[in-house]
Design a protein around this ligand. Sequence first.
Ligand code: GLN
Length: 469
Amino acid sequence: MKVWPAISDIAKDVKSGKLKAGDLVNKSLAAIAEKSEYDAIISTLADSALAQAAEIDKNPQGRLSGVPFIAKDNFLTTSGKTTAASNILRPFEAPYNSTVIEKLEAEGAICVAKANLDAFAHGSSTENSDWFVTKHPLDKTRVPGGSSGGSAASVALQLAPFALGTDTGGSVRLPASFCGTVGYKPTYGLVSRSGVIAMASSTDVIGPLANSVDDVALVLDIISGQDELDSTTIERNEQAYTDLPSDIKGKKIGIIKEYFAEGLDSGVESAVKAAIRQLQAAGASAEKVSLPSLPLALAAYYIVCPAEVSSNLSRYDGQRFGYSALDAHDLNESYELSREQGFGAEAKRRIMIGTHVLSSGYYDAYYKKAQTVRTKIINEFRQAFLKYDFLVGPVAPMTAFKIGERANDPLQMYLCDIMTVAANMSGNPAISVPAGTADGLPVGLQIIGPMRGDRELLGFAKAFEEITR
Ligand code: GLN
């Protein structure tokens, strides 16, 4: 059940005095308390949120005036703690806010809580969190997807009207698909990552999750653009991401052949095919297209990603951030014990794989080959977008699975990402929009756009949402 109106309407009502920011924050905090058994939230920021709301109620301003939101707990916030759901950051208090949090707050939005995730965003189910497993909003025996599972569950449970996630290999789109929300991965570089805990820097992007494409687009409009604190950022579109072109008629869509292969759940396949038929009925032309390197994307991602993870996690040495082992006798032992005790199994696995594939004897055999595959993927997407406006397929081969079903088998867990990682390897924008259900569980349609085609992609997704509403 949808209890939050469109975020632009909430802000309008706050500015006209019809709604009070303080009441909205309290409503969100009450929902979080009431739905605490879903374990979507690591911590609430009640004091700072209520203080911000009081300021806004004195002088309501901004495009998100008084709108509460929830951030994945890998976004630095000066209030409360920022843990990345890892024991090694359990005591960590951030000295500054991430750029996106600053930009949202400047428009009157209020961060009310930090959401659960797989530790350091490594995972597809939140089962790698050092706190707890988030439960699926429709079935508590299932996972919400990951790694932004707490963010997606928060939106689906209506704890707040929107949430922030990060998508390094699918972590916004996958939980959005599992929970039946909209989840958007912008073009690489469109949103500043300053103040967001790095996972794999060449694929990390920040993305919003919300009840509608319009909400996601408004958030993107606010958070996108160059940032001097993140040298990888690109210029945003001159036109607003909110004033969207919304034609389906005449659009050419390529149905990614490689995503309809063995292993695809039949219920997911029928829901996605039905969605494509609806697009055709609304005037789009659709045909199968082959991107032959896509089946290699997962293997390449699980080399490039751990390589970058091993480098990014080297800063957690027990001296500078968060946890430090108290039983160490000297500096070297402090490094070793802090990392041994602070990191979970998945972070250690990625550090070992990453340092292995980067080591001089294996670099050519693994890392260099993976980068060659990456270039092929980039080129195949580029070629495909000469002919098609958008590419479509499922987000994942399955719907939300049972807690514990894949947790002990890392390869089974990695397979969840088989249809999302390619867009991260290439940098293309991609979205998950609700497209019905399979056995009562939500299924997302994945739509991928050309580089910097965020506006067009969001417009097309919105039009799809309208014909299926
Ligand atoms: N599930 C993928 C992984 O474990 C993607 C994670 C992400 O996008 N943060 O690497």
